[in-house]
Design a protein around this ligand. Structure first.
Ligand SMILES: Nc1ncnc2c1ncn2[C@@H]1O[C@H](COP(=O)(O)OP(=O)(O)OP(=O)(O)O)[C@@H](O)[C@H]1O
Length: 252
């Protein structure tokens, strides 16, 4: 079952009033199935951020359809989109965006509190998730009391606590050393494999991308090619490097 269906998506920046704008997305078609872990790669300027911004409703498509969990988000008003985003989309950001004045438990519960769920409902969702991620014993601590790796797991828990249709991750390993990047990607992969979350991740980093189950390479605002692992993760890493050498996609 598709959880994301993108049909003939076009995004032109500054194309109004007869001006020739910049075409960032150029008639893209793309499907993501429920439970997939998809990486989006491509050279600088190929349209990755624009695609993520449209999926998250930060930016409006110029034309085309973007159907997430049965809803064409291009048809939503600003307020409807804000609600849809809060209820149906989870995010993992580069800098985690945890709130220092809240405990870890409160940080994770925030989407549920905003959704006005009862304390019992919230507890029922939080406890198994925190246990799964190995952060249950830290629940009453504050972000400045815990390590970077633990912060990542709290951010991952917050991204999926309200069972979003899809989790969007934007360069999640961008600021991390290689050990932390490995830990974060293992956590994200376990959310996908064991918790069943659908994840779409934009990354320049072949190591991070090697945890994905499918990688879509975009170029000039369109899907150029896609690859799936032919063997283990090391082999997939080599496949990614090879694909990048064909179309470009390292940090320009
Ligand atoms: N707000 C904007 N106004 C005008 N043009 C824009 C805007 N944002 C992006 N663009 C252009 O759209 C194209 C796609 O940009 P985008 O940021 O989506 O690429 P990207 O693949 O995410 O690049 P990077 O890997 O460098 O982050 C580029 O030509 C860029 O210059």
């Amino acid at each position: 079952m598709d959880i994301i269906t993108i049909n003939h998506l076009v995004k032109v920046y500054n194309g109004h009033k007869g001006a020739n704008g910049v075409t960032a997305i150029d008639g893209m078609n793309l499907n993501v199935e429920k439970g997939e872990f998809v990486g989006i790669m491509g050279p600088s300027g190929s349209g990755k951020t624009t695609l993520l911004n449209i999926l998250s409703g930060v930016d409006k498509a110029t034309s085309g359809e973007v159907i997430i969990d049965g809803q064409d988000i291009t048809k939503l008003t600003k307020d409807q989109m804000a609600l849809f985003r809060r209820e149906r989309i989870g995010y993992i950001f580069q800098d985690f965006n945890l709130l220092d004045s809240l405990t870890l438990r409160e940080n994770i519960a925030l989407p549920l509190i905003l959704d006005k769920q009862s304390p019992n409902e919230i507890e029922d969702k939080l406890a198994p998730l925190m246990q799964f991620l190995g952060i249950f014993d830290l629940k009453d601590k504050y972000p400045y009391h815990i390590s970077g790796g633990q912060k990542q797991r709290v951010a991952a828990a917050r991204a999926i606590v309200n069972e979003p249709a899809v989790v969007l991750a934007d360069e999640p390993t961008g600021n991390l050393d290689s050990k932390s990047a490995n830990q974060l990607m293992s956590t994200i992969a376990s959310l996908n494999e064991q918790w069943g979350s659908t994840i779409l991740m934009v990354s320049h980093d072949p190591f991070a991308a090697s945890f994905c189950k499918r990688i879509i390479f975009i170029k000039d605002g369109n899907v150029e090619m896609e690859i799936r692992p032919a063997g283990d993760r090391k082999q997939f890493f080599d496949q990614i490097l090879e694909a990048q050498s064909v179309i470009g996609g390292g940090r320009a």
